[in-house]
Design a protein around this ligand. Structure first.
Ligand code: NAD
Ligand code: MN
Length: 359
């Protein structure tokens, strides 16, 4: 039987996860759920944010549905035991190298963006961020004391051809099922790793994806273009650091952090299995945690991505996405409050989505 590992985490994580599971239950799928602790919740109970048991379950599961981790409660915890180490650890141990962050604007929400509605109406942008390499992982790294008493902080941007090739393939393959266009983003003008990135992505496209249009942009120009005219993009593929920043930027085209899901995929193994983790792009939102007002849509859409990508359940996934859009036309959580619509809490938002599933 198909098994999903459910890791709610901290802060609003458990609140939005409960909402997503209400939607999951209403779908009546024969999929088994296994719940466990992660992040600060795991640290409090077991002294580590990512217990070995949880890691083993993540390896064995067909997919992981993750909430959010972290919060001020754990500010004093050792750096390698902080709640956020759990998500980094899961990415590293499961080799989750391709972080897919779609920024789609529902028609009814075009007014919620901080950009002009005509710039974002109909937006459907997919950012593919490399998530196990680059400057976040490169060696050497650290802070060292110099003989003159000053200090030096060092991080290293490193990418090898296999690392670039595999994420390029994910992006080019995705584009085939979308509008057939990929924009690769780097700083090839000032960084050798960017030069190799550019050449390698181009070579993969020229060898195996000649039906996909590929162009290249410098990261600073790309940031400007996302704010100027976001609809010019279909799929954007980039390294870890630029992808982190550009995806947060792109997310705000849609109106609220509470709307955006993500998928992080690993390599396909010999049996055709592919590790994958699905999570909202937002964090644990300690400022609103415990009040039942968090927007659960990002978590519910993460569930929809899981159904589509890991379980091949296209029809229920689409049904969940349509239900989210329909529910947002009727009620809103406070982050998206609209004068003409009732403001509701997390649970009522989930109930509204369930009603729109048409069950
Ligand atoms: P955040 O995403 O938690 O919150 C940013 C702002 O957006 C807050 O004002 C919050 O109230 C609001 N917000 C976020 N999600 C929302 C939702 N679903 N509905 C309504 N409003 C929402 O980011 P932060 O405040 O920078 O970080 C808080 C904690 O979360 C930190 O400990 C951080 O390390 C952690 N974090 C975890 C993850 C993760 O688990 N993958 C990701 C980002 C941040
Ligand atoms: Mn980030």
């Amino acid at each position: 039987m198909t098994r999903i590992l459910v890791l709610p985490g901290d802060g609003i994580g458990p609140e939005v996860m409960a909402a997503a599971l209400t939607v999951f239950d209403a779908l009546g799928l024969s999929v088994e759920l296994d719940h466990d602790l992660v992040g600060g919740a795991a640290y409090d109970a077991e002294g580590t944010p990512l217990p070995d048991r949880v890691l083993a379950k993540a390896h064995a599961a067909d997919a992981v549905l993750f909430g959010a981790v972290g919060g001020p409660k754990w500010d004093g915890v050792a750096y390698d035991l902080r709640p956020e180490a759990a998500i980094i650890g899961l990415r590293k141990h499961l080799d989750l190298f391709a972080n897919l962050r779609p920024a789609r604007v529902f028609d009814r929400l075009a007014d919620a963006s901080s950009l002009k509605p005509e710039l974002v109406r109909g937006l459907d942008l997919m950012i593919v961020r490399e998530s196990t390499g680059g400057v976040y992982f490169g060696e050497p790294r650290g802070i060292e004391r110099l003989p003159d008493g000053t200090e030096r902080g060092v991080n290293t941007e490193v990418y090898s051809t296999p690392e670039i090739e595999r994420v390029a393939r994910v992006a080019l393959d995705l584009a085939r099922r979308r509008q057939g266009r990929v924009t690769s983003v780097d700083k090839a003008n000032v960084m050798e790793s960017g030069l190799l990135w550019r050449r390698t992505v181009q070579a993969v496209r020229d060898r195996d994806f000649t039906d996909v249009a590929l162009d290249h942009l410098y990261a600073d120009n790309c940031a400007m273009q996302i704010v100027r005219a976001p609809k010019q993009f279909d799929v954007v593929v980039t390294g870890n650091l630029f992808g982190d920043i550009l995806s947060d930027l792109a997310s705000m085209c849609t109106g609220s952090l509470g709307l955006l899901p993500s998928a992080t995929l690993g390599p396909v193994d010999a049996d055709g299995r592919r590790p994958a983790l699905y999570e909202p792009i937002h964090g644990s939102a300690p400022d609103i945690a415990g009040r039942g007002v968090a927007n659960p849509i990002a978590q519910i859409l993460s569930l929809a991505m899981l159904l589509r990508w890991s379980l091949g359940l296209e029809e229920p996934a689409t049904r969940v996405e349509r239900a989210c859009e329909a529910a947002l036309a009727r009620v809103r959580t406070p982050d998206l409050a609209a004068p003409d619509l009732p403001t509701v809490g997390t649970r009522e938002m989930a109930d509204a989505v369930v009603r729109e599933l048409g069950l």
